[in-house]
Design a protein around this ligand. Structure first.
Ligand code: AHM
Ligand code: MG
Length: 330
């Protein structure tokens, strides 16, 4: 049977034309990015560039190329009023927007870019926000105050298969890129996260910087059958959010990038607008939980477009264990 295309799926979901145009444009960009990533070693594109981004991180060649590609493609979409990219300091205005354009796209064009050199999994994360106004110049505050009005969110994974996980409302759907047709076809229209799981994902090398709630939580996972949880746990850390969070969608579990007692990492590492917020929408729409110290991520009122926030994305079962630990240290 013919599998559903992203375009037909968007129609079935009742997505507005503005949102559909944006998602199809992003999918088009990501088909090109998948090709660029595949050919990167032969094209000499796996190294660092000489530039740094607003967060002081050294940008890879691919960070810059993929950013320019996405910005260029989205500037052609008239429903895009403005954009926020991990790689650009300021809000990007769209001179080609229509009079009524009120959507902002926030994205990390190439997440997990430390994995580029070792041929590890990388991805693209995006969020579409509806602005309260359609004014000519969109400010950081306009974008930040729209963060609770997320109309769509998703991520692409450039792995053995190129996948798209996306939500424009209640459900999360998974698409795979057909090499033959060069378009995304639906694999599963209703992804739900397992309630319980025996897997956790955290960068253990930062253990000495964690707060006592996270430290106790992980200690209990490591104690396995001998601890309070009375079951053994497995651990995974790809160092690429799309890869680590995708495992939760497939098998359940918990992904943690916590705040740390370390200069520059007081709010963890992951950025709110284009990493935590879209992932939170996807995880919650698939029945999981998305929290940040320990309030829901969706309730965060950020004050900077590149603001970092602590992130816990998890299976919904046994949530009281982590919440109780947080309450105890308050
Ligand atoms: P990036 O957007 O610069 O690639 O950074 C975000 C990535 C996430 O994909 C991943 O979860 C995290 O950095 C890993 O960080 P660390 O190397 O500290 O474990
Ligand atoms: Mg990145």
């Amino acid at each position: 049977m013919q599998k559903q295309t992203l375009k037909d799926w968007l129609k079935g979901q009742g997505a507005t034309k503005g949102v559909s145009d944006i998602l199809l444009a992003i999918a088009g960009s990501c088909i090109k990015i998948a090709k660029i990533v595949k050919n990167a070693p032969l094209d000499g594109l796996i190294g660092a560039s000489s530039q740094t981004n607003v967060q002081g991180e050294v940008q890879k060649d691919l960070d810059i190329i993929t950013n320019d590609l996405m910005v260029g493609d989205l500037l052609r979409i008239s429903s895009v009023s403005a954009m926020v990219s991990e790689e650009i300091d300021e809000v990007i205005q769209n001179p080609n927007k229509s009079k009524n354009a009120n959507l902002t796209v926030c994205f990390d064009p190439l997440d997990g870019s430390s994995n580029i050199d070792n041929n590890g999994i990388i991805g693209t994360i995006f969020s579409v926000l509806e602005l309260a106004s359609n004014s000519k110049n969109i400010t950081s505050n306009d974008v930040l105050s729209a963060s609770k009005n997320q109309k769509a969110a998703g991520y692409f994974i450039y792995g053995p298969a190129c996948l798209l996980m996306v939500s424009v409302g209640n459900k999360v759907s998974m698409f795979s890129l057909s090499e033959k047709q060069q378009r995304f076809l639906l694999v599963d229209g209703d992804i739900s996260i397992a309630k319980n799981s025996n897997e956790f994902a955290i960068n253990m090398s930062y253990q000495r910087f964690w707060d006592s709630a996270i430290a106790k939580y992980i200690e209990q996972c490591l104690l396995g059958e001998m601890g309070e949880r009375k079951k053994n746990f497995n651990m995974r850390w790809a160092g690429s959010m799309v890869a680590d969070v995708h495992r939760i969608f497939m098998h359940g579990g918990v992904f943690i990038y916590p705040s740390m007692d370390k200069k520059g990492s007081e709010n963890g590492k992951l950025r709110f607008l284009y990493e935590a917020n879209p992932m939170a929408m996807l995880v919650e729409n698939a029945g999981g939980m998305a929290i940040s110290n320990p309030a829901p991520i969706r309730e965060i009122s950020a004050t900077n477009i590149h603001q970092r926030v602590p992130v816990v994305l998890r299976t919904s079962g046994e949530v009281e264990i982590l919440l109780k630990l947080y309450q105890n240290i308050k």
